[in-house]
Ligand binder design. Structure first.
Ligand code: FPP
Length: 246
């Protein structure tokens, strides 16, 4: 399920480096997360002016529960504040908000804010912003495999297509291959993020901390993407990369 490039590309971002950004300035880590939210807002705004049609942001991994409760609480507090302040503006700009990841471990107030943002922006279609919360790609794939197994048991001869669509559909509501995956913060790993969807993603790692990432950096990342040759295991580059190196 490669993206239809004429309809724009799917960019996924691991927003890493908030804590180090803050510590480097003698600030508490939460100040880094606050600055990280500001960057997320600017990146979404800027994405609207580019070829990006789907943007998936890794805000909280299932492993992030291991952090001190105070830090976890402040991340969710920031998320709720972001949704309270930005949802209406996003709707007006044509941004649809969706969330991927587990919902059963979230505080009711957080879940309510997420569902309300999803409802409020459901009709928007200019840019889809998926925020990954309590997300683990391995868990999503395991769950999908279990669902597909149940399906296969219920039906004696499931077509491989139906099992596959079940598998894909269960990973996220509307799973889609990632075209470009960006990770800030200097680490070069995927940290259990969109493993299935990134099978043929172009990977871009930058040393910049997330709060320092700006519009020009996103443009540069898109230019770098436009220079990559995508062959999907074949011999010739798959035509058309919609990114103009403007
Ligand atoms: C990684 O930096 C960042 C996080 C775990 C949280 C990211 C969350 C936000 C930016 C806020 C929510 C986002 C939206 C879309 C409103 P880190 O703390 O791991 O940094 P470090 O590696 O320097 O410690």
């Amino acid at each position: 399920m490669q993206s239809n490039v004429t309809n724009g590309i799917h960019v996924a971002i691991i927003m890493d480096g908030n804590g180090r950004w803050a510590e480097g300035r003698g600030l508490p880590r939460i100040a880094g997360h606050r600055a990280g939210v500001t960057t997320a807002r600017r990146v979404v705004e800027h994405a609207l002016t580019t070829c990006i049609r789907r943007l998936t942001l890794y805000a909280f991994s299932s492993d992030n529960w291991r952090r001190p409760p105070a830090e976890v609480q402040s991340i969710f507090w920031l998320l709720r504040a972001f949704l309270r302040l930005e949802t209406e503006r996003m709707r007006q700009r044509g941004v649809r908000l969706r969330f991927i990841g587990r919902r059963d471990r979230l505080a009711p107030m957080v879940l309510k804010a997420m569902e309300s943002a999803e409802r409020a922006t459901a009709q928007s279609s200019r840019l889809l912003v998926c925020v990954a919360i309590d997300y683990s790609s391995r868990q999503a794939i395991e769950q999908a495999a279990l669902n597909a197994t149940d399906d296969a048991k219920a039906c004696e001869t499931p077509s491989s297509n139906s099992v596959r669509s079940k598998l894909l559909g269960a990973i996220t509501a509307e799973t889609e291959d990632v075209d470009l995956l960006i990770r800030t913060g200097g680490e070069k790993r995927l940290s259990d993020f969109l493993l299935w969807e990134s099978a043929y993603a172009e990977l871009l790692f930058t040393d910049q901390m997330w709060p320092d990432f700006d519009e020009a950096d996103l443009d540069e990342a898109l230019r770098e993407f436009s220079r990559r040759q995508r062959r999907y295991g074949g011999l010739s580059a798959v035509a058309s990369n919609p990114v103009s190196a403007a």
